[in-house]
Design a protein around this ligand. Structure first.
Ligand SMILES: [Zn+2]
Length: 72
């Protein structure tokens, strides 16, 4: 997993793609921005897909688990 070089966070969001990112894309790397310190870095495409595919449903699932516990 890619980590931020500055704060070691693994929380990234997609960065705006720029023309100078093309050489990186050719090496299957995509620009992302650290959510914590906003540093710009590159990560693998598979990691990028993971960022995109992160479902909001994961949070509601945790809530459902809480509810089941509460019913007991
Ligand atoms: Zn950072």
């Amino acid at each position: 997993m890619t980590r931020c070089a500055d704060c070691y966070s693994s929380e990234f969001r997609l960065s705006k793609f720029r023309l100078r990112d093309l050489p990186h894309l050719a090496r299957f790397q995509y620009p992302v921005r650290c959510k914590i310190c906003r540093a710009r870095t590159y990560t693998s495409l598979s990691q990028t897909m993971h960022l995109i595919g992160k479902p909001h449903a994961g949070k509601s699932h945790a809530v459902n688990t809480e509810e089941k516990k509460g019913m007991h």
